[in-house]
Design a protein around this ligand. Structure first.
Ligand SMILES: [Zn+2]
Length: 462
């Protein structure tokens, strides 16, 4: 027996758009065809005429924070914010800084257990974990097979910061991941170059926020991207490049793809919207909002990323959501730039920016947007029930009004941060209603979901 029919909307898949009804039974899509509502008169109908019916967005890169005694609602709040933005599934990292205990940070398996117990009953939408492998953990290689077997087949390592992995360790990790059916995500920047340029800047007294960007040039990212790809090639493993920001790094990914190597890359919304001109304004309060790593790049880099999204050099867009706050992590007066928080929030604004700056501006097609935000992330990260409007998949759906427009403002957002890097950005389109497994989480712009309704997803890449 059908539970609900979404009637008369334009259904969008990665391949095409067409007017059809979507029938939902037991939380799954059971048919997609015209006229379903007319044929089943006693079934509740949700009118979607004039609206786009999109698969719920799958955000594979967030640093949502665990609940604490002081801030018990922050994980929940970010899950609600995601839903408002049209995201129905997110993956979180549990790196130091997200509130994980010292014990949880020192072991992949303890980290997973702690993440699961502390997020139990919290999320309003479905979610999963990607672990972080650090140089401080006792035996990450030994724990990796059990981690993958427990539903966490994706994990990130860093080539910079004090918790980075050496090339030797990175290579070993890639080997184990390749053998066991995991996928390593890598933050690619050259630590030697960045440490040297940072030390030089500090010595010269160039410690204002804007010097952060000068210490992290595009060639430092491109070199590390090349190296990560080479290590993965030698290890017989796939590799996923996180938050790719510049044309030179994109060229490395595109060259590897052209050879048929299993190399994947994401970019994030700030790089698609803004450039390093943001660092040239005199006002430190403005600059500090845009301090992210890698930094914002040139206009030519920004254009190259859009081309990459169109042409396939880039596989998807994720947020790298870091719910840092202006009143704590990015407080003024700012310390010397090496000590400033270098993250920014974005869990609620992914679809708004991708549609407004991408589809509405003619930079990508609607179908490509669905591929980049839902279908490919679900496929690459082992979530076969997510990411597409197809019979048998979870009825995670967004009713989106392409004729609305809005101005993004912190005052209207629901995330646990206190600012948005997109303040004042005018975008076409607006999320109206969001369903997860057939149940409304957001209806006509109002949250109607439930804390704890989201499920932890045990994923597999095999
Ligand atoms: Zn990240």
């Amino acid at each position: 027996m059908t539970d609900l029919v979404i009637a008369g909307g334009t259904v969008v898949t990665a391949a095409r758009s067409f007017v059809a009804d979507v029938a939902i039974t037991d939380g799954r899509i059971d048919s997609v065809a015209p006229g379903l509502a007319a044929r089943q008169r006693d079934v509740p109908v949700l009118d979607a005429s004039g609206l786009l019916v999109l698969p719920g967005v799958v955000d594979v890169h967030t640093h949502t924070r665990l609940p604490t005694d002081e801030r018990p609602d922050r994980f929940y709040a970010d899950s609600v914010a995601a839903a408002f933005g049209g995201t129905t599934t997110f993956l979180a990292f549990n790196n130091p800084g997200t509130g994980i205990s010292e014990g949880g940070a020192s072991s992949l398996l303890r980290g997973l257990a702690e993440f699961r117990s502390r997020t139990e009953g919290e999320s309003a939408i479905d979610y999963g974990l990607s672990s972080v492998v650090t140089g401080q953990q006792a035996d990450p290689m030994g724990e990796l097979p059990a981690l993958i077997g427990s539903g966490v087949p994706t994990f990130k390592a860093f080539m910079v910061y004090d918790f980075r992995l050496s090339d030797d360790r990175l290579f070993e990790l890639l080997r184990v991941a390749g053998r066991e059916g995991g996928m390593l995500e890598v933050h690619c920047e050259n630590a030697t170059i960045i440490d040297a340029l940072t030390a030089d800047a500090v010595e010269a007294g160039h410690v204002a926020c804007r010097y952060h960007a000068e210490s992290r040039p595009p060639y430092a990212e491109a070199e590390a991207t090349h190296r990560a790809i080479a290590l993965a090639r030698a290890a017989g493993a796939s590799v996923y490049i996180v938050h790719l920001s510049c044309a030179d790094a994109l060229a490395e990914v595109a060259a590897a793809k052209a050879r048929g190597w299993p190399v994947y890359a994401e970019t994030t919304p700030p790089y698609l919207v803004y450039t390093d001109a943001k660092y040239e304004v005199g006002d430190e309060a403005e600059v500090i909002r845009s301090v992210i790593s890698p930094p914002l790049r040139s206009d030519a880099d920004r254009s190259a990323l859009w081309l990459g999204l169109r042409a396939g050099g880039l596989d998807l867009v994720a947020t790298d959501h870091v719910p840092d706050r202006l009143d704590t992590d990015k407080r003024l007066p700012a310390p010397p730039f090496p000590q400033i928080s270098n993250g920014a929030p974005g869990i609620e604004t992914l679809l708004a920016v991708a549609y407004g700056e991408g589809v509405a501006q003619g930079r990508i097609t609607l179908e490509r947007m669905v591929d980049l935000l839902a279908t490919t992330p679900a496929r690459l990260f082992g979530m076969p029930s997510k990411g597409a409007i197809e019979v048998g998949r979870d009825a995670d759906l967004v009713l989106f009004d392409p004729n609305a427009s809005r101005t993004l403002r912190q005052a209207d957002l629901h995330h646990s941060s206190d600012f948005t890097p997109f303040e004042g950005l005018r975008v076409e389109g607006a999320v109206r209603t969001v369903l997860q497994r057939g149940r409304a989480v957001v209806r006509d712009g109002v949250f109607v979901g439930r804390r704890g309704a989201g499920r932890f997803l045990e994923r597999s890449l095999r």
